[in-house]
Design a protein around this ligand. Structure first.
Ligand code: PLP
Length: 449
């Protein structure tokens, strides 16, 4: 595509004048005008192409402009563009059935929302109704969404300016072997000690006051923290012991990101509620939801569920969700994610870690990886501080800028680069993106020592 500088200027001007952006000081940002996207690539109006190594906000699992998803939305729009949630719709029912079929255990019903934050809001509301308790436990270093309860559950700096919004939340430390809060020196010890810590928090907060524990099955934005063996099973046991609802937030890791429909399947754990969004239809039309266990669903057989949304289970969104299932099955998406993760990404990142002193650790699963950058590999001091912004963030921003100049759009968060490309990425594209990251990391190395 040719550069179109007039369009570039117009899009920029309208955006800067009138669009109010998320999580930003409005005068300090410079949003890239995007002209088009296809597969793993998107293009700006200046003629630059970027390999999308962040799948937008880790939602674009089937890539840009997937023909099957686009056609499904077009067909549905031509047939019945919308229908309110208290009526039954074919695509809504089919998507719910397909989700129930791949969900673990007896999780068998779906409440649809518009996205991930409201899925978590409603999961918590269900847990509170069923238990008659109010408090919710969540992790430091987590993200659960921008709305009132979801931002209170969040364990990163986005919560701070929003406090207090839901006062009935307490935070605990999850496992993070590279920076263990428990002075553990093995994954087994990390599991044992982080579970002992969680049980102490439950006891000290008062088990009889706690409705739910909500955990990202693999912590996403805050570090691609894969739980060590036994941790999630231990959470399940504690939840049962104290009558607490276990909510798995799979908004980022569900629908193939780690080579499973739901990441809990990888750990053989059955939560009471699973929340999802993003990858369910790659975000082509906003959609999220809560998958509900029989026990919790049955409670609402005779007690009315006190919640709802005008667009719950929107037909355009559900049609794209049904198409997502068809594509995953036809094209073996889960299998290719496991293959590319284990055969291409993991070995290449281990190579990168071995040659760059700025890389403290690489970790991940499937097509979901973090490169954690440090100033000093011995002390593990982060290359930029927790909550880095402005000048503090420069050392990582420089690496990201070098990637972009070389045509790769990375995901960064504080002292980490994440590798989260669309699940349809070709092996060549994947290798090219990793090569670009490899080269850009020399800028971080220059800051070590
Ligand atoms: N939960 C997790 C784990 C997320 O990563 C996100 C978004 O990044 C959310 C919840 C919130 O989802 P949404 O932005 O669709 O409200």
């Amino acid at each position: 595509t040719l550069p179109d500088l007039a369009a570039d200027a117009q899009v920029r001007a309208d955006d800067r004048a009138h669009v109010f952006h998320s999580w930003s000081a409005q005068a300090l940002i410079d949003p890239l005008p995007v002209a088009s996207g296809e597969g793993s690539t998107f293009r700006d109006y200046a003629g630059n192409a970027y390999l999308d190594f962040s799948s937008q906000l880790v939602n674009l699992n089937l890539g840009h402009q997937h023909p099957d998803l686009v056609a499904a939305i077009q067909r549905q729009a031509g047939r019945l563009a919308t229908i309110q949630p208290s009526m039954a719709s074919d695509v809504r029912g089919e998507l719910a059935r397909r989700i129930a079929e791949v969900a673990p255990g007896d999780l068998d019903k779906v409440f649809f929302t518009n996205g991930g934050a409201d899925a978590n809001e409603y999961a918590v509301r269900m847990a509170r109704a069923v238990t008659g308790r109010r408090k919710v436990l969540s992790m430091y270093r987590s993200y659960h969404g921008g709305t009132a309860t979801a931002i209170s559950l969040t364990g990163d700096p986005r919560r701070w300016p929003n406090e207090p919004s839901d006062g009935s939340v307490a935070h605990f430390f999850g496992p993070y072997p590279y920076r263990s809060s428990f002075h553990a020196d093995s994954p087994e010890q990390e599991t044992e000690r982080s579970l002992a810590h969680l049980e102490q928090v439950i006891v000290l907060e008062g088990a009889s006051t706690i409705a739910a524990i909500i955990i990202e099955t693999i912590v996403g934005t805050n570090g691609v923290l894969v739980p060590p063996p036994g941790y999630l099973a231990g959470v399940r046991t504690l939840a049962d012991k104290y009558g607490i609802v276990y909510i798995a937030d799979e908004v980022m890791v569900g629908f193939g990101r780690v080579g499973e429909w739901f990441a809990v399947n990888h750990f053989d754990v059955v939560p009471d509620l699973i929340t999802f969004a993003k990858g369910v239809n790659s975000g082509y039309v906003p959609l999220g939801g809560v998958v509900i266990s029989q026990r919790i669903a049955e409670y609402f057989d005779t007690v009315a569920f006190a919640g709802g949304l005008t667009y719950s289970g929107h037909p355009l969104a559900c049609a794209a969700g049904v198409a997502t299932f068809e594509v995953f099955e036809r094209d073996g998406i889960l299998e290719r994610v496991r293959d590319l993760g284990a055969r291409v990404v993991e070995p290449r990142l281990r190579e990168i870690a071995a040659v760059h002193p700025s890389v403290g650790e690489v970790r991940g699963l499937g097509l979901f990886w973090a490169i954690e950058l440090v100033k000093d590999p011995a002390t593990r001091e982060p290359l930029v501080p927790f909550n880095a912004s402005g000048a503090d963030a420069t050392p990582v921003a420089e690496v990201a800028a070098a990637c972009k100049r070389a045509g790769v759009w990375p995901f960064t968060h504080f002292n980490r680069l994440h590798v989260a490309p669309p699940l349809i990425i070709s092996e060549d594209e994947l290798r090219r993106g990793l090569d670009v990251i490899d080269e850009a990391l020399s800028l971080a190395d220059a800051r070590v020592g």
